[in-house]
Design a protein. Structure first.
Length: 562
């Protein structure tokens, strides 16, 4: 990745080099208006030219250019609102602005904006390590069992001193601590962690547990730097949802940012800032391409200029919000207009933030990161099944469509659709009750999360049916992998209230995506393979090509007597 200093120096040199020609263009527009003051096309273009200098000047070390450009833009805007044409006095004043800009560039000196933080190289994702700090042995054991069932590594200690020693040895990916410790408080521990001279300590997920419930204690938990507060007895499912969201926030991810900006110098600066933080950026410099870029790029966030050729950013966002697929897509307006009415309009059309150009890089990155995190959290609530925390049916199909599109672009790409159905699950619910059945579903979901890779997609397709997308494995290897999961799941003991336990199994069908196959055909191939596995006696995995049976050794019957 190009360093910020190199990128900035190159962009600044280009901005200075092209300034004279852009000022000549403004002079030509002024000449056209002198000849014909009613030339509305030239007048609107003049305003856009002043707007471009206002938005980019300070970004490249020329705050005087921003001030001059903003003055020209606002004077033009005032006349446009009055439906008035510029007079000789207006044109003379604007020629003076151009002259002052030329003098600023002639005396150019380097004024560098605060550099954005360089993005760290993504680390490979493995099992997260969680530090649990609680004096209560039962809580430590419960949390350890819960976290390990989700494929996480756990270190449990009972005191603040033990926690500090553990942190000195290695920083975990997350911390769960009680508010009351034998040798201090959880608040003090959180403040110690946030004060560590490590960048990772700033964003380390930390949750606080407490038997206390007063509002001020919750406020104190947030004030000291914790990311969540849970009262005892703890709602473990709510805690896990919050922890997994925080962990996902910290996993390496290249969010896609669509910048709608027609000024090349402004868009180049914004792109350089965002790319320096590891974001994938696409610039839409022509509003007529906006819809096509939305479909092709599938952005996670949109940066929207307001003044665009032939249309406003407000109009584009109104259009965006009419499509339910983009109803929750974060939109940040970047504009030189800081008037109250502009902010009101931003809120009315569905904008999430309103930043004034030129935007300092740290402010831009902070705003983008905050909006992305909130968007991911809301999306996770919508896309995740409440019981298993796997993708919902709809969210899974979206991922399947994306895999299909990738196959069309790269025909050699391997992708398998695996349909999994629990054997005789109705018997489990009838015999042991739905709460026990829910625990069986949760156990299979946890096993899939533990054993499958991070890039693989896992969803609860409906009822006792699960679906998995496995990338870059041939059919035989995918079938063997699912067979091993079947063996491991069949060996699990599911406890029954009042004593006893039973075992459960599943059947599965594997279908590789083939060139020219659509979504319905791919799904049907996986369904047909699953039905073949059930018809052949269940508790087995069958691949769609040839329906070749891959039996797994299962030590117990699907539902044993408790």
């Amino acid at each position: 990745m190009q360093s910020w200093d190199d990128a900035y120096s190159h962009l600044r040199a280009s901005f200075v080099h092209e300034a004279a020609a852009r000022l000549d263009q403004i002079t030509s527009l002024l000449d056209a208006l002198a000849a014909n003051p009613a030339d509305s096309t030239s007048f609107l273009e003049l305003r856009r030219r002043f707007h471009a200098f206002a938005g980019a000047g300070t970004s490249y070390g020329f705050p005087d250019v921003t001030a001059l450009g903003l003055r020209g833009e606002r004077e033009c805007a005032a006349l446009i609102r009055q439906s008035a044409s510029p007079g000789a006095e207006d044109l003379g004043r604007w020629r003076g602005i151009v002259k002052e800009m030329r003098e600023v560039f002639a005396n150019a000196r380097e004024v560098r904006p605060e550099a954005p933080r360089e993005a760290a190289a993504p680390a490979p994702h493995g099992p997260e390590s969680i530090l649990v700090v609680d004096e209560d042995e039962q809580v430590r054991q419960s949390l350890t069992h819960l976290l390990e069932s989700e494929g996480m590594k756990v270190r449990a200690v009972r005191t603040k001193a033990e926690a500090v020693r553990a942190l000195d040895q290695a920083l975990p990916e997350g911390v769960i601590t009680d508010i009351r410790l034998p040798d201090g408080s959880g608040y003090d521990l959180v403040e110690h962690i946030r004060g560590l001279p490590l960048a990772a300590a700033e964003s380390l997920p930390i949750l606080i547990l407490s038997p206390l419930s007063p509002f001020l204690d919750k406020v104190e938990a947030i004030h000291c730097g914790a990311d969540g507060y849970f009262e005892k007895p703890v709602d473990w499912e709510a805690l896990m949802r919050r922890l997994q969201h925080l962990l996902e926030r910290n996993r390496p991810e290249c969010a896609r940012i669509l910048s709608v900006e027609d000024d090349p110098h402004q868009s180049a600066f914004v792109s350089a800032v965002l790319k320096s933080a590891g974001y994938d950026v696409r610039v839409c410099d022509e509003p007529t391409r906006f819809e096509a870029d939305l479909v092709a790029f599938k952005p996670d966030l949109v940066l929207m200029d307001i003044m665009l050729p032939g249309i406003t950013g407000y109009d584009l966002v109104r259009y965006l919000r009419q499509d339910e697929r983009h109803a929750a897509l974060p939109v940040i307006f970047l504009t030189t207009d800081g008037q109250l009415q502009a902010r009101i309009e931003t809120a009315k059309v569905g904008g999430d933030d309103h930043l004034l150009k030129p935007v300092p890089p740290p402010l831009l990155l902070s705003a983008v990161a905050a909006r992305l995190e909130r968007s991911r959290f809301l999306k996770s609530l919508l896309d995740r099944d409440g019981l298993t925390r796997l993708l919902t049916h709809t969210a899974f199909l979206e991922r399947a469509r994306a895999a299909l599109a990738l196959k069309q672009r790269h025909p050699a790409k391997l992708s398998a659709w695996v349909m999994i159905d629990l054997d005789h699950f109705k018997s489990v619910n009838d015999k042991y009750g739905h709460p026990v059945g829910d625990r069986v579903l949760g156990a299979l979901a946890a096993l899939l999360r533990r054993r499958l890779r991070q890039p693989d997609t896992i969803g609860r397709y409906g009822g006792e049916e699960f679906a998995v997308l496995i990338e870059d494995l041939p059919e035989a290897d995918t079938t063997r992998l699912i067979s091993r999961l079947l063996e491991e799941f069949a060996a699990l003991e599911h406890d029954v209230t009042g004593g006893g336990s039973f075992h459960c199994t599943f059947s599965a069908g594997v279908a590789m995506i083939e060139e020219g196959m659509d979504l319905d055909a791919w799904k049907k191939a996986a369904d047909d393979a699953l039905y073949a596995a059930k018809a052949a006696g269940r508790r087995r995995v069958i691949a769609a090509s040839g329906f070749h049976t891959k039996p797994a050794s299962v030590p117990h019957s699907p539902v044993a007597t408790a």
